[in-house]
Write a protein that binds this ligand. Structure first.
Ligand SMILES: [Zn+2]
Length: 288
C-alpha cells in the first residue's frame, strides 16, 4: 500500500513534461509518462468502497447513476410533457403526513420554489419540519437529534392505499455543521416507504426513524393512519419529512406529480380544496 501511495505521488512529476515541451528537451518530455501512475487513484477509491460500512459510497454512486439514467426515461414516459398543475388532473386529494402544524421548508409548484426542479422525480417534493415562535427547529444543543421538535413525531398516511415498498435498515445521520447535509446511509432516502393510492399516484416518505414503521409491504393503510416516525436517516441536514407524489413505484423512473391537497389549513388561505402549498408556509391537516 505504501509503495502504491509513493508511486501515485510520483504521478505529479508529469508537470516536468511541460517544461520539456516549453524548452524542447525530449528527455524531460518523457516525464509525462509519470502521469500514468495517477490511475492508481482508482484503486484507492475501489478500496474505500469495498471497506466502507454498508458500501455507502458504492450505493450512492449507483443511486446517482440511476437518477441520471432515469431523467430521459421519465421525459420519454410522459411524451415530453411533464405533469404540472395545468395539465394534470388529480385522481386523489391528499392530506399532510403529520399531526399539528409544520413548516414547509422546501417545495412548491413552480420553478422558483421547487424542491428540485431539474430532477423530474422530485420536482414537486416537499420537506417539512416543526419550528417554534422564533422559527428554530430545535432547542438546546443542535447536534442532539432529540432536541429537534419533529424528531420521532408520528408520520401519517396521506390517503388510503397499499404499502408497496419499504426500507428499514439505516441509522440516523449525525447532525453536521450548520448549512451542511450529510448521508451515513447507502440510500439518500434513508428509511422510506412507498404507498400506492391508485394506478398512477404513489406517495413516498423519506428519512424515517429506523424500526419505527408500524406497517409492512402489502398492508392496506387508511388516510391519517400512523405509519412510522420522523427520523434523520439518509441524505439530510436535520430531522424532517421528505414527501412526494410520483406516477409509479420507482423513485428513479417516475415523474413527480404536483400535489393537490384537501382539508388542510394554510396560514392566509381560505379555500382548502385542491390547494397547493409553497415553501415558507405553516400547514396542518383539518382533522374531520
Ligand atoms: Zn427533500
Amino acid at each position: 500500500m505504501k509503495i502504491l501511495k509513493f508511486l501515485k505521488n510520483l504521478s505529479y512529476l508529469w508537470f516536468v513534461g511541460i517544461i520539456g515541451v516549453l524548452l524542447d528537451i525530449d528527455f524531460l518530455v518523457l516525464f509525462f509518462l509519470f502521469g500514468l501512475f495517477g490511475f492508481i487513484e482508482f484503486y484507492f477509491i475501489y478500496v474505500k468502497i469495498r471497506n466502507s460500512d454498508d458500501n455507502q459510497y458504492f450505493g450512492i454512486i449507483i443511486q446517482s447513476l440511476k437518477m441520471i439514467i432515469g431523467q430521459p426515461l421519465i421525459l420519454l414516459s410522459c411524451g415530453f410533457k411533464l405533469p404540472n398543475i395545468k395539465n394534470y388532473s388529480p385522481i386523489e386529494y391528499y392530506s399532510l403526513p403529520f399531526n399539528n402544524t409544520w413548516l414547509t421548508v422546501n417545495g412548491g409548484i413552480d420553478k422558483a420554489n421547487s424542491h428540485s426542479y431539474n430532477l423530474f422525480n422530485q420536482r414537486y417534493a416537499y420537506d417539512f419540519f416543526i419550528v417554534d415562535e422564533t422559527e428554530l427547529s430545535y432547542s438546546g444543543d443542535r447536534k442532539d437529534l432529540n432536541n429537534y421538535y419533529c424528531y420521532k413525531q408520528d408520520v401519517l398516511a396521506v390517503a388510503d392505499g397499499i404499502v408497496v415498498d419499504l426500507k428499514n435498515k439505516f441509522s440516523d445521520t449525525p447532525i453536521g455543521d450548520v448549512g451542511t447535509a450529510g448521508c451515513s446511509a447507502s440510500d439518500i432516502r434513508g428509511n422510506h416507504i412507498v404507498i400506492k393510492h391508485n394506478n398512477q399516484e404513489y406517495s413516498v416518505i423519506c428519512h424515517m426513524l429506523k424500526d419505527s414503521f408500524t406497517v409492512s409491504v402489502g398492508d392496506h393503510v387508511v388516510r391519517n393512519q400512523v405509519i412510522g416516525k420522523c427520523g434523520n436517516s439518509g441524505n439530510t441536514s436535520e430531522p424532517h419529512i421528505h414527501f412526494q407524489i410520483q406516477k409509479g413505484k420507482s423513485f428513479y423512473l417516475s415523474a413527480g406529480i404536483p400535489v393537490f391537497f384537501d382539508n388542510i389549513e394554510i396560514i392566509n388561505s381560505e379555500n382548502n380544496k385542491g390547494i397547493h402549498i409553497t415553501k415558507d408556509v405553516m400547514v396542518k391537516n383539518i382533522m374531520l
